[in-house]
Write a protein that binds this ligand. Structure first.
Ligand code: ZN
Length: 253
């Protein structure tokens, strides 16, 4: 019946890769597709390999938008809701998860918010684990510009690197194939949210804290004073755009 009507089950768009799907439709050349697959495999192998080195390996990502209040009671469908964000980092060596949750009144989604969170998480990792000094910290993420690939974050990481004398490397997974360990944290949280009621944003903290029973997540609820204005205080790099021009570090006054 379905075939006769040319119907099929809908595959969620977030699970599909644009390039792979375009290739199937004949809109991407064999060479471009091969390059894409090779990059994907290379990034995956690198991540799998680095977990077994002495270096610290983190993955990080932003969970899709959460809402508050959240309930199955129908009148609540029509009320105005607050948007709640959760940025997660996953320590692949120790299987520890960190969640940073805030609502739209306390912070936005700019490089300042993400830079503050990432540096805070690195410092937490350093203080919780004193044996990791002098090791490299390798951070895997997707290439999302405002979150993970921008000059503000590069300045924040460079500043942290100089202060604590650690080497930090950022690596990006190939677009369309960015599933990471931290995404499984989001799945655990979403599963736990089924049939649960959220009255205020901070309720998400309790859900995230109690979800993962094996290794409970380290969850922090953030207020506006937590976020730093990294953009206007750290200006070592002016740009991280690739180019021929050599980058010279600006000294801080
Ligand atoms: Zn693909």
């Amino acid at each position: 019946m379905c075939e006769a009507l040319n119907l099929s089950l809908f595959s969620p768009k977030k699970d599909l890769c644009d390039i792979c799907e375009s290739y199937k439709a004949g809109n991407v050349s064999d060479i471009d597709y091969k390059t894409h697959r090779d990059k994907k495999d290379e990034a995956r192998k690198e991540l799998a390999k680095e977990i077994f080195t002495e270096h610290e390996v983190l993955t990080m990502d932003l969970q899709s938008v959460l809402l508050s209040p959240r309930s199955n009671v129908s009148p609540l469908y029509y009320t105005t809701k607050l948007i709640v964000h959760n940025f997660s980092l996953y320590d692949c060596k120790r299987n520890w998860g960190y969640c940073y949750i805030w609502n739209e009144c306390e912070g936005k989604l700019t490089s300042n918010e993400f830079s503050t969170i990432i540096v805070t998480a690195l410092e937490k990792l350093r203080t919780q684990n004193t044996t990791q000094h002098n090791k490299e910290i390798i951070i895997y993420s997707d290439g999302c510009t405002y979150q993970n690939r921008n000059v503000v974050l590069s300045n924040a990481l460079l500043n942290y690197s100089m202060e604590k004398k650690v080497t930090i490397k950022q690596k990006y997974l190939e677009k369309g194939h960015t599933q990471m360990e931290c995404d499984s944290m989001h799945l655990v949280i979403e599963r736990a949210l089924k049939n649960k009621k959220i009255n205020i944003p901070v309720d998400y903290v309790y859900i995230a804290k109690t979800d993962c029973k094996k290794n409970p997540y380290d969850v922090q609820y953030l207020y506006h004073h937590f976020f730093k204005d990294v953009e206007h205080t750290l200006e070592f790099y002016k740009s991280i755009r690739p180019g021929k021009k050599q980058v010279t570090l600006q000294s801080q006054t």
